[in-house]
Design a protein around this ligand. Structure first.
Ligand code: B12
Length: 492
C-alpha cells in the first residue's frame, strides 16, 4: 500500500508565525505530530509519504502514487482540507480522515470515504482490521481514551525537518481542570494520561539522531497535570538526557498553579524548559468564576507570572474578552494587566463556544449560538451573542488589539519582561540563519519600517541594561512584526 499523508495549509493566524518565520528562512512552525504518529501506527511494510502543504505543493504525481490519502486537520485548516478532498476525488484516490476538524464536523464532508475519529490508537486498528477483511466502514469513533504508553514514536523521517522552526512531541493528553469554554476535556478527558520517561527519552533520542538541535514543543494540554510523575520520573530523566548535549530548548503549556510550586519550576528550567503558555484568560474574578477557571482565582495573577519569569520561564498567555461578567471596562483592565505582567506573546480572543463544551450547551439553551465556529479563537469573530452586545465587544476587542500591538506599547511590554526575566543556563542552538535574521531585522525593522525608532529603542535598552538578553530582544522584535501583521489583517 502507498499511503500519502496530507496536512492542509494554515491561514495567516497568530500562531502561524508566518511573518516571523521568513526572517529565519523557515517555512512552517512545526511538522504535523498527529500524522507522524498515525504513520507509526500503520503497518511497517506500507510505503508512506508526507505532504505538508505549509511547506510544499501537492502534485498530481503525489496523488497518482497513492493508494489512499490520510488527511488530518484543525478547523482553521477547513478551506485547504476541502480543496485536498476535491483533488483526491477527482484523482479517484480514497480518503481517510482524522484529527480535530473531522472529529468535530464529520457530517460536513460527504466526499470523505472513511472517518477514523478520536484518538487513532483506538480507532485506526479497527479500520485496518476491517480494511484487511475488505469491509472498511465509513465511520470509526470511540468514547474511550487510550493508554498512551502504547503510542509509538512519531515517524520523523517522513518530515523534511529543515523546513521547520520547532518540533512537537507529547508527554500527556487531557487536563484535570474544568474551564467551560475549553473543548480539551471533551476531546481528551480529565484524567491526564501520560507516557513514561523511557518513551520520552526514546523520542528525544530518535530526534537527536536526525541531527535536530532546535527547540522542541511539548504539546501537552497541561504539562503539569501529573506533578508527581514529572518531579520523580520525567524531569530527572530529561535533566540526565541533556547532559553533554547542546540546544534543544523546550516549551510547553501549563496551568498557572505551576507558579505555586518552586521545586517543579526549578526542575523544569533545569531540564531545559524556556517558555510556557498559560491560560490566564482574564483579570476579572467574576468572569473566572463564571467559566469555572478556579485555578486562576484567589491569587495575584501578575505576581504568579512574574514568579515564573524570575525562575527563568518566558510566559506566553491566552486571554478572553466577552464573558457574561465582562462590562466595557474589561478592555482597559486587560490592557493594564497584560502590560504590567510583561506577557509579550498575548493571544487575546473574543469568547467562543466550541462544540462539546459546557459553554456551547449553555449558549444553546439560552438561544445565543449564531454561527459556525471559525476555529481560530483570535480572529475577532465569535459564534455566540455576547451579553455586552456584539458590536460593543468587537469594537472594544479591536481597540484592545490595536493598543497591545502598537509599536510603542509592545516595546514597553518587552522591556517590562526583560527587566524581570532571569535567563536559564540552557540556551537555544545558535545557527547561521539566526545571525542572518538579525541582519534582516536591521534592514526591515530598523531601516525600512516606519516604526524603526521602537526597534532601536528596544535594542539600545537591552544592550545597556540586559546585554545577555540581546538575541531574545531581537526575536521578540521580530515576533512583534508578525503580531502586528496578523492583528492588522484580522482585527484592526
Ligand atoms: C500543538 C498544537 C498546536 C500547534 C500546531 C503544530 C502543528 N503543526 O501541528 C500550534 C501552536 C501551531 C497550534 C496552533 C493553533 N491551534 Co492548536 N493545538 C495544538 C495541540 C495542543 C496539540 C496537537 C497535537 O499535536 N497533538 C498530538 C497529536 C498526536 O494528536 P492529534 O493531532 O490530535 O492526532 C491524534 C488523533 O487526532 C488522530 N489523528 C489525527 N490526525 C489523523 C488523521 C488520520 C487519517 C487518522 C486516522 C487519525 C488522525 O490520531 C492521532 C493519535 O491519536 C492541540 C490540543 C490537543 N491536545 O489536541 C491544539 C488544537 C489542535 N489547536 C487548536 C486551535 C484552535 C489552534 C489555533 C487556531 C489557535 C489560534 N487561535 O491561533 C492555531 C491554528 C494553527 C495555526 N498555525 O494557525 C484546537 C483545534 C480545535 C479544532 N477542532 O480544530 C485544539 C484541539 C485545541 C483546543 N483547545 O481546541 N496548535
Amino acid at each position: 500500500m502507498n499511503i500519502l499523508l496530507i496536512y492542509p495549509e494554515f491561514p495567516d493566524t497568530f500562531w502561524s508565525f508566518k511573518h516571523a518565520l521568513k526572517f529565519i528562512r523557515k517555512k512552517a512552525g512545526s511538522p504535523p505530530l498527529g500524522l507522524l504518529t498515525v504513520a507509526a501506527l500503520l503497518p511497517g511494510g506500507w510505503d508512506k509519504r508526507l505532504v505538508d502543504l505549509n511547506i510544499q505543493k501537492l502534485t498530481d504525481a503525489d496523488l497518482a502514487w497513492a493508494d489512499m490519502v490520510f488527511l488530518s486537520a484543525m478547523i482553521v485548516q477547513r478551506p485547504s482540507a476541502r480543496e485536498v478532498i476535491t483533488r483526491c476525488k477527482r484523482a479517484g484516490v480514497k480518503i481517510v480522515t482524522g484529527g480535530p476538524l473531522f472529529t468535530m464536523e464529520a457530517g460536513n464532508f460527504p466526499d470523505v470515504d472513511h472517518f477514523v475519529l478520536n484518538e487513532g490508537e483506538l480507532t485506526l486498528p479497527l479500520f485496518l482490521s476491517d480494511l484487511a477483511k475488505g469491509k472498511p466502514q465509513r465511520i470509526y469513533k470511540t468514547n474511550e481514551f487510550p493508554d498512551i504508553h502504547m503510542t509509538p514514536s512519531p515517524t520523523w523521517k517522513l518530515a523534511k525537518l529543515k523546513n521547520y522552526d520547532s518540533i512537537s512531541i507529547q508527554f500527556s493528553r487531557g487536563c484535570p481542570f474544568k474551564c467551560d469554554f475549553c473543548n480539551i476535556t471533551a476531546l481528551l478527558g480529565h484524567r491526564p494520561r501520560t507516557k513514561s520517561a523511557t518513551q520520552i527519552v526514546a523520542e528525544l533520542d530518535s530526534l537527536y539522531k536526525t541531527g535536530w538541535r532546535r527547540s522542541v514543543f511539548f504539546v501537552d494540554d497541561n504539562f503539569i497535570g501529573n506533578k508527581r510523575q514529572l518531579k520523580e520520573e520525567i524531569l530527572p530523566a530529561l535533566i540526565e538526557w541533556r547532559k553533554g548535549k547542546r540546544g534543544f530548548t523546550f516549551s510547553t503549556e501549563a496551568s498557572i498553579n505551576l507558579a505555586d510550586d518552586p521545586e517543579l519550576t526549578r526542575l523544569m528550567v533545569e531540564a531545559g524548559f524556556a517558555t510556557v503558555f498559560v491560560g490566564i484568560e482574564t483579570p476579572n474574578a467574576g468572569s473566572l468564576d463564571e467559566c469555572g477557571k478556579t485555578q486562576n482565582l484567589k491569587r495575584d495573577l501578575v505576581e504568579s507570572v512574574k514568579r515564573l519569569q524570575r525562575a527563568g520561564l518566558q510566559v506566553q498567555g491566552g486571554f478572553i474578552v466577552g464573558f457574561d461578567n465582562d462590562t466595557p471596562s474589561i478592555f482597559n483592565q486587560q490592557f493594564d494587566f497584560i502590560q504590567k505582567s510583561g506577557i509579550v506573546t498575548a493571544m487575546v480572543g473574543m469568547l467562543q463556544a466550541p462544540h462539546g463544551t459546557r459553554l456551547f450547551e449553555r449558549m444553546h439553551r439560552e438561544h445565543r449560538l449564531v454561527k459556525e465556529f471559525s476555529g481560530d479563537n483570535a480572529d475577532g469573530s465569535t459564534n455566540i451573542i455576547p451579553k455586552m452586545g456584539l458590536e460593543k465587544l468587537r469594537e472594544g476587542y479591536k481597540q484592545l488589539m490595536a493598543a497591545l500591538y502598537a509599536p510603542k506599547e509592545y516595546t514597553e511590554r518587552v522591556i517590562t519582561f526583560l527587566r524581570e526575566y532571569n535567563p536559564p543556563k540552557i540556551r537555544g542552538h545558535l545557527e547561521f540563519q539566526h545571525i542572518m535574521a538579525f541582519f534582516r531585522s536591521i534592514y526591515l525593522l530598523g531601516i525600512r519600517s516606519v516604526n524603526r525608532m521602537e526597534y532601536w529603542k528596544l535594542l539600545g535598552w537591552t544592550l545597556r541594561r540586559r546585554p545577555k538578553l540581546f538575541p531574545l530582544a531581537v526575536t521578540l522584535a521580530i515576533y512583534g512584526f508578525h503580531f502586528r501583521k496578523v492583528a492588522d489583517l484580522h482585527v484592526i
